[in-house]
Design a protein around this ligand. Structure first.
Ligand code: ATP
Length: 265
């Protein structure tokens, strides 16, 4: 179960201040502020199209912001030299929504893509490192030489997670990691994230629509709406929110079913 909800003593690893992002005439977020604390699993929710992926991509430097400041590990990402930027990139791992494995590469080769990009190591060391990651995410050893087309949806997610962990990151960004998985597969994946978070001391930023994940895996939840963070806190706090969207999200029919399941468990 999640723990460590007291944020007052915690180190901020990502701080977003006054963020504005838009495309052409469209403003997606404005004056957005958010802190992510070391060692937490932060679940990030919001209606479809509110900008959850855009915020993730902006933090990662894949989308240019119009205004605001993003600090990661206490460093303003705008002020980094090329080398500093590459060092920072090695400290985060990313799992995008569709898994996004290279279809022409085996699982092992996929896991080695970031290693090849950032590290200069002999092939046998890379092989050993990749096998370790494959094992870490609960894939059988023989999955290493398979191509993505030969894997189930759950195995693809695990392989993508192994690749996200390739460089031993401090922060893991997950964009809807359990989408497309059946409830048992999704629950297993949540358990894996929680185990990895604890054993590796990861900070996890997880965009999700999955209420089960929010209840069982997340230490805190932040909700995005109208281009800002409209509510944030542990699940108990979110349940008491008077914000209409947050209220209906956490008290709707699906949420009640999840809550009933939690009480039965
Ligand atoms: N590169 C882009 N150019 C123009 N508009 C974009 C671009 N990327 C995203 N958008 C727009 O930004 C808005 C937010 O998109 P985003 O994918 O972040 O939403 P989301 O909250 O992640 O949604 P979902 O839950 O459906 O995945 C949408 O209106 C989308 O069309």
């Amino acid at each position: 179960m999640p723990q460590n909800n007291d944020t007052s003593q915690k180190e901020v690893v990502i701080s977003v201040r006054g963020l504005e992002v838009g495309f052409g005439p469209k403003t997606i977020m404005k004056d957005l502020n958010l802190d992510i604390y070391r060692g937490e699993i932060l679940g990030f929710v919001g209606a479809s199209g509110t900008g959850k992926s855009v915020l993730t991509r902006t933090i990662l430097g894949l989308i240019k912001k119009r205004a605001g400041e993003i600090n990661v590990f206490g460093q303003n990402v705008d002020g980094l030299s090329h080398d500093e930027r590459r060092k920072m990139e090695q400290r985060w791992g990313v799992l995008f929504q569709q898994g996004a494995l290279f279809s022409a590469l085996t699982v092992k080769q996929n896991v080695q893509v970031p290693m090849r990009e950032y590290l200069s190591l002999p092939q046998d060391v890379l092989d050993e490192m990749a096998m370790l990651k494959i094992q870490m995410v609960g894939l059988p050893a023989d999955a290493a030489d398979k191509f993505p087309s030969e894997l189930s949806g759950g195995m693809i997610k695990r392989a993508a997670l192994a690749r996200a962990l390739a460089l031993d990151p401090d922060i893991l960004f997950l964009d809807e990691p359990t989408s497309g998985l059946d409830p048992i597969g999704a629950g297993d994946f949540d358990d894996l994230i929680e185990t990895l978070q604890k054993t590796l001391g990861l900070t996890v930023f997880m965009v999700t629509h999955d209420l089960d994940s929010l209840y069982s895996a997340c230490d805190r939840i932040a909700a995005l709406g109208q281009g800002k963070i409209i509510e944030q806190g542990p699940i108990e706090h979110m349940l008491q929110s008077t914000n209409p969207w947050v209220h209906s999200y956490f008290h709707g029919k699906r949420a009640r079913a999840v809550l009933a399941g939690q009480h039965e468990a």
